[in-house]
Write a protein that binds this ligand. Structure first.
Ligand code: FAD
Ligand code: SF4
Ligand code: SF4
Length: 478
């Protein structure tokens, strides 16, 4: 009987791809993890115990068939592994890089629970699809028949692009509108290159174009084209605009120069990496070089800001968060990466005000964790008299994002929203209160994750295809 290539977790140690040394990676915006060599990917895949009820799969928002593509990788059947992986995920190589695996698939791997260290699912997923790109297996949409029906998608982030891919493969005429000059949404202008290099996103954009998706960039719906016109010109409209209204800080001095929003700071840095002209970067306003930087917030956006500031040559970088390490929303893996790169975390620290204009300090109130609040989380409370001034030349506010008021901006009072301002849509289909109008991603969920936006985009496209089926008028492909 042939040797079973799997269940090697007792003899093969968990081994992530090599991480570049902190002092080297802190000097550029390239990704910090190397790619697995083929043998290593096979070896690491072979650790999977092929669970009958795979918790990794049930905790992956896309329900990726993880055990099967791990087995195929362990057996060296990479092309089949790729086919299986891409059947449920539009952008596996992107999820492999930036999903918070420790909270999703890997965080629920049973061999981790048994003390052996999780299978490195994300790194293998990335390896499979990066290899597929190298081998030319990733091909543009080639619909077997064209359909006359058209869909407009507002927003070229992962939610909109995932929907565009499914619809285009089914022969729908798809136009994606985006207010930025490049597609990708936060994949392009939010998430820094050290987590996701930009050519990984751009090659996907190019492939969607080659598959027949039309992109209208530099086009803001509500300004350059009205929402009503889109509804008139297309059979269906998908809203995938994300959430961009930054939560703000109050307190004395909060309007001083040198206190900036995370999204502006990260966008400027990403544009710089593309080689664009960025006057606010050149002027120093959105550039941390030579500055004492304080970032306020404890989520993934804050982690991206602190690590960007290190790479820009800040003299010091501190992160203030009002709860402690165990209660922060950001990925602990990213905190560890930031600490290795020289970021200092001041836990249980609340900014109460700012000194100087331009800013020269942050007034910091020390906190402690008190009783649990209604959500079960222990609420931070102030410690009397424990206040100090933290020197700062650049303060970056990374406190989260909210939805823009789309019904008002687009003059669509019938478009129903939730009490948080996000669009009210059925989670499994994206259908909204307006006929023929769907919504996906962060604009429905609030600030969330790339993998959820992809899931929404795919589900919504499937529902939209169902809805269009009765009216379908196939025309012969040319
Ligand atoms: P977006 O990606 O926001 O795309 C929306 C698009 O709509 C944008 O391109 C925008 O220009 C366009 N748009 C908006 N309004 C209009 C309009 N009126 N007209 C035309 N176009 C419009 N998630 C992870 O899973 N892992 C991470 O590591 C991670 N890191 C993150 C780091 C940062 C700094 C941020 C801000 C978010 C991060 N996220 C991460 C979250 C993730 O990026 C989002 O959940 C995801 O991008 C949402 O996808 P989306 O398609 O809904 O919206
Ligand atoms: Fe894990 Fe994300 Fe890949 Fe799912 S998509 S298997 S959660 S890395
Ligand atoms: Fe394999 Fe872990 Fe998933 Fe089980 S939970 S199938 S061991 S990856």
């Amino acid at each position: 009987m042939a040797d079973n290539p799997m269940l090697k977790f007792t003899t093969v140690q968990r081994d992530m791809p090599q991480k570049r040394a902190p002092d080297l990676r802190g000097r550029d915006f390239r990704e910090i993890y190397a790619e697995y060599a083929g043998d290593k990917a096979r070896e690491q895949s072979s650790r999977c115990s092929q669970c009958g009820v795979p918790y990794c799969q049930s905790h992956c928002p896309l329900h990726n068939n993880i055990p099967d593509w791990l087995r195929l990788t362990a057996e060296g059947r990479l092309r089949e592994a790729y086919e299986l992986s891409q059947a449920t995920n539009t952008f596996p190589e992107i999820c492999g890089r930036i999903c918070p695996q420790d909270r999703l698939c890997e965080g629920n791997c049973v061999i981790e629970t048994a003390g052996h260290g999780t299978v490195t699912i994300g790194a293998v997923e990335k390896y499979i699809t990066d290899t597929a790109w190298e081998e030319g297996w990733v091909t543009p949409a080639k619909p077997t028949q064209e359909r006359a029906q058209s869909a407009a998608i507002i927003g070229a982030g992962p939610g909109g692009l995932a929907a565009a891919d499914v619809l285009r493969r089914a022969g729908i005429q798809v136009t994606v509108y985006d207010r930025y000059d490049r597609g990708g949404g936060l994949l392009t202008y939010g998430i820094p290159g050290f987590k996701l290099e930009k050519d990984v996103v751009m090659r996907r954009m190019q492939q969607l174009e080659e598959g027949g998706v039309t992109f209208r960039l530099n086009c803001t719906i509500g300004q350059d084209v009205s929402f009503a016109d889109l509804r008139r010109d297309h059979d269906a409209v998908i809203i995938a605009t994300g959430v961009y209204k930054s939560r703000d800080l109050a307190g004395p001095g909060s309007g001083a120069k040198g206190i900036v929003r995370a999204i502006d700071y990260l966008t400027a840095s990403n544009r710089r990496s593309f080689g664009d002209d960025v006057p606010d970067f050149d002027s120093g306003e959105l550039n941390a070089s030579g500055k004492r930087v304080v970032v306020i917030g404890g989520g993934d956006t804050a982690m991206d800001c602190v690590r960007t500031a290190i790479r820009q040559g800040a003299t010091s970088v501190k992160c203030l968060y009002r709860r402690d390490r165990a209660n922060m929303p950001g990925s602990l893996r990213e905190v560890a990466n930031a600490e290795e790169e020289g970021v200092i975390f001041d836990w249980l620290s609340l900014p109460k005000g700012f000194g100087g204009d331009p800013v020269s300090s942050v007034r910091v109130q020390q906190m402690r964790l008190g009783a649990a609040d209604v959500t079960g989380r222990r609420a931070p409370e102030e410690i009397d008299g424990a206040v100090h001034d933290e020197p700062a030349d650049l303060v970056i506010k990374a406190l989260g994002f909210e939805a823009e008021a789309l019904p008002t901006l687009w003059d669509q009072p019938e478009l129903e929203v939730t009490r948080w301002g996000t669009i009210k849509a059925e989670f499994t289909t994206g259908r909204t209160s307006l006929p023929g109008v769907y919504a996906v991603g962060d604009i429905v969920r609030g600030a969330s994750l790339v993998v959820w936006a992809i899931r929404d985009g795919r589900d919504c496209a499937a529902a939209l295809l169902d809805d269009l089926t009765t009216a379908a008028q196939p025309v012969a492909a040319e």
